[in-house]
Design a protein around this ligand. Structure first.
Ligand code: DGJ
Length: 725
């Protein structure tokens, strides 16, 4: 059983495939954390209490007999504000007396098979109830009547624990939740490096690594979405950890709104990790009898290095996050009109793209921004989701019929959460956007953001989308989002609830996304936010793939895709070959093969030689699809550490096949490149498909493959395929 409770010593033990997570009920019903790390068989681990016994200046609960115990010096499972634990706290509730002292203690617990859903929020799912067990710990703050339930789901065959929190107001007065984090884990030391993914537009999810220091280090967003600047992912890894070796604790929040990951090293050198909704700008009034549900935190443990942590995330998200038929079905090979035409297209131009693309072996044409209202640039029409017949003469129906007649599928672009001030929708409903009274609203890309907390707004957008999606043969939808939130207020919410708007906005977005996904289960939805500004596991539960970045230069893409792969699987990363001329087509394709693969260029402009090359690339896409998207990723050369090259490898689960890609970013100092492969079976023999040479897995992993002089110049790349002899 993954979860056990030892009545005698009051210890909870949560065992995943590779990790154990242990805590106890201590005096005065404090929940004291004992251990999180590699799997251990013992259940008597009381001796693992890690705390200093220097209680000076650290006040304590008078009911605790142990005079060395203080909340501040103890590893606590979950902890409130203002009652003696001075570290970053996961919980603060402002009560009806006006103070926010919060102190929750254990009351009861239950253990059951399976995993609960979180109302209104996406979360991991099980394919079979036997995949996981759940522990619910009921804690209570007696003064406020806040019942805080800590939920732990423990996966038996994966190194995964998920956590979330429910707050219920059992008193007869309202209170305000000021902060509620989804997870809190205390570590006995600070001997860790923190890995996180920073960036900006055109440079999303770039890996940075730094040693923990005393004080608080954090990554967060106040943008209303997680944004381009940081991702809701972080890992703590042992100081000696690398791709192959060492401990890695990966954390990812299943949430698309404002989040915060705070890591505090205290004066005693212990570390607290918390992750959840960003308390800045957040508040939630909870009336008597109401419940609040936090988003889900995913925790993955590996003691076989950072690479294995990533592979565990990939397997988990492929199997327990991405839903619907597109989880397992081969994704269509598409060509997107954006970089080929921007707003400058009509029906004939799109048909010409489709017709040329078809000859190359492409399966779907995606019509990007510019098909609706009177949109010829980005200054108008968001919210007017009816076709611009000046551009598409004969309307959508005729265009789609022409494209389908070529044997091509058709996809479409929407930005459902946005409204242009110059739109019929805005003129009809001037209070439907997010705004606050007596203050002018900022514009981003000439647009406002719809108040997604409002049902009337969502219903209108749903109805408009429904009338298009249900009428025509549309098989793919790109769901874009091109600005961050400002002046976030809702015309409908009472004053005392205005701080809820950021979270209500995201709940509204999920409701609309869920309605579209469930009404059109065959539709493939690709998420997007000015590239990868909303790349998170919550979005992935609605949109099985997300446009990774507006940066389509293959060299710049390397750090983006490399960072993204820390926790997101390859098939979630939207990646296209564009017209960028920094490298030849081959390297652009070799980089895009890491992700969903597709094209974003004008196929009419390809030379005969290009066409031959594109056909070869498409043959590669088809040949390697299962290996890449069903295989395990091994990162071989990290482009954020190495100035010259980047390399990665996919190995099939049965280890019979491997595909290695090397890209040269800058001409290296030396032509010599001996690349050691990873993840092969040392006992098996493999044939190098290019040369026909046979090598043992042991040789390829220990001595390496000699790629000297291959892909030596800037922007060159090489793809090597090995198959079991
Ligand atoms: C931003 C996206 O990232 C692009 O791919 C494109 O869809 C534009 N928006 C359209 O406005």
């Amino acid at each position: 059983m993954p979860i056990s409770y030892n009545e005698k010593n009051k210890i909870f033990k949560l065992d995943t495939s590779d990790s154990s997570y242990i805590f106890e009920i201590y005096e005065a019903n404090f929940l004291v954390h004992l251990y999180y790390g590699a799997k251990i068989p013992d259940d008597n681990v009381s001796n693992m209490k890690f705390r200093d016994n220097l209680p000076a200046f650290n006040p304590s609960d008078p009911d605790v007999m142990d005079i060395t115990f203080t909340a501040d010096l103890s590893p606590l499972e979950y902890s409130g504000e203002g009652a003696g634990d001075y570290r970053v706290s996961p919980l603060a509730i402002k009560n009806s007396d006006g103070n926010d002292v919060t102190d929750v203690r254990y009351v009861s617990h239950k253990i059951y098979d399976g995993k609960p859903e979180i109302p209104g929020l996406p979360s991991l799912y099980l394919n079979d109830i036997s995949e996981a067990q759940t522990l619910e710990i009921k804690t209570e703050d007696k003064t406020t009547g806040a019942v805080v339930t800590l939920i732990y789901t423990v996966f038996s065959n994966q190194p995964v624990i998920t956590r979330s929190v429910i707050i219920e107001n059992t008193s007869d007065k309202p209170f305000e939740i000021e902060r509620v984090f989804s997870t809190c884990v205390d570590y006995p030391t600070s001997e860790y490096k923190m890995l996180d993914l920073y960036g900006r537009w055109l440079k999303e999810r770039t890996l940075q690594t730094h040693k923990l220091i005393h004080g608080i280090q954090s990554v967060s967003s106040k943008r209303g979405v997680n944004g381009h600047c940081h991702n809701p992912f972080a890992a703590l890894v042992s100081l000696d950890a690398n791709e192959e070796y060492g401990e890695a604790y990966g954390y990812n929040l299943v949430y698309s709104g404002n989040y915060s990951i705070d890591v505090e090293v205290d004066s005693w050198g212990t570390t607290r990790f918390i992750m959840g909704i960003n308390p800045e700008g957040f508040g939630w009034k909870l009336d008597p009898g109401e419940k609040f549900y936090s988003p889900e935190a995913v925790m993955v443990y590996s003691n076989k290095g950072i690479g294995e942590m990533s592979r565990a995330f990939h397997r988990l998200y492929r199997k327990n996050l991405i839903c619907g038929e597109w989880r397992d079905k081969k994704r269509p090979l598409l060509i997107n009109s954006w970089e080929a035409a921007y707003f400058d297209f009509d029906d004939d131009k799109l048909v010409s793209f489709a017709s040329e693309a078809k000859k190359l072996g492409i399966e779907m044409l995606v019509m990007d921004d510019g098909w609706f209202g009177k949109r010829d640039d980005d200054t108008s029409s968001l919210g007017d989701w009816y076709v611009n017949e000046n551009k598409l003469k004969g309307g959508l129906g005729s265009l789609i019929e022409r494209i389908n007649a070529l044997g091509m599928k058709f996809g479409i672009w929407y930005e459902p959460e946005m409204i242009s001030p110059d739109s019929d929708l805005f003129r009809a409903h001037p209070d439907w956007y997010l705004h606050v009274p007596n203050r002018k609203s900022s514009l981003g890309r000439h647009q406002y953001i719809l108040d997604m907390s409002r049902k009337d707004v969502r219903d209108n957008i749903f109805d408009q989308m429904y009338s298009v999606l249900s009428k025509y043969n549309i098989e793919y939808l790109k769901w874009d989002f091109n600005r961050n939130l400002t002046e976030a207020g809702s015309a409908l919410l009472p004053k005392e609830n205005q701080k809820e708007i950021f979270h209500r906005f995201i709940l509204g977005t999920y409701e609309l996304l869920g309605r579209i996904r469930d009404t059109f289960p065959k539709l493939l939805i690709e998420g997007c936010s000015g590239g990868g500004g909303r790349f998170d596991p919550a979005m992935l539960s609605f949109t099985p793939q997300i446009w990774c970045s507006d940066e389509t230069d293959p060299i710049e893409r390397l750090t983006i895709q490399f960072g993204t792969s820390l926790c997101y699987p390859d098939l979630t990363m939207g990646a296209h070959v564009s017209a960028c001329d920094r490298t030849g087509l081959e390297t652009r394709a070799n980089v895009a093969l890491w992700g969903t693969f597709g094209y974003e260029l004008d196929p009419n402009k390809l030379t005969d030689e290009d066409r031959k090359e594109v056909k070869r690339e498409i043959a590669c896409f088809n040949k390697y699809y299962d290996l890449i998207h069903g295989g395990d990723l091994y990162r071989l050369i990290n482009p954020t550490d190495n100035l010259f090259r980047c390399a990665w490898e996919f190995v099939s689960p049965d280890k019979k096949e491997a595909l290695v890609t090397v890209v040269t970013m800058r001409r290296p100092e030396s032509r010599v490149l001996i690349l050691k492969l990873k993840g092969l079976d040392p006992e098996k023999y493999y044939i190098d498909e290019d040369s026909g040479e046979k090598y043992s897995g042991a040789l390829l992993m220990n001595a390496g493959i000699n790629l000297t002089e291959t892909a030596f110049r800037d922007g060159e790349s090489v793809l090597k395929h090995f198959i079991e002899a």
